[in-house]
Design a protein around this ligand. Structure first.
Ligand code: ZN
Length: 80
């Protein structure tokens, strides 16, 4: 796995807007989200093995009211 290029925050937020990913929090129904500046890796585990080569790059939005964290797969979100 090579070095990862981070997608700029404004491109992520613009694409979330374009795909209308602006719904209410499924936990508490508030609609104010905080956007984490950090990129995270979601790493699958199969048969007890950590599959780091298949990690998915994700960005997190956190509900300002209840703290629910939702993750968006950046590869999926930003594909053409
Ligand atoms: Zn919430």
């Amino acid at each position: 796995m090579g070095p990862l290029e981070s997608v700029p925050d404004d491109e992520i937020l613009g694409q979330l807007d374009r795909v209308k990913a602006d719904g209410k929090c499924p936990s508490c129904s508030h609609n104010t989200w905080g956007f984490s500046p950090a990129e995270f890796a979601l790493i699958p585990i199969e048969n007890g093995r950590i599959m780091i080569d298949r990690a998915a790059p994700v960005r997190a939005l956190t509900c300002d009211s209840c703290g629910l964290v939702r993750l968006h797969n950046i590869d999926r979100l930003m594909r053409d």
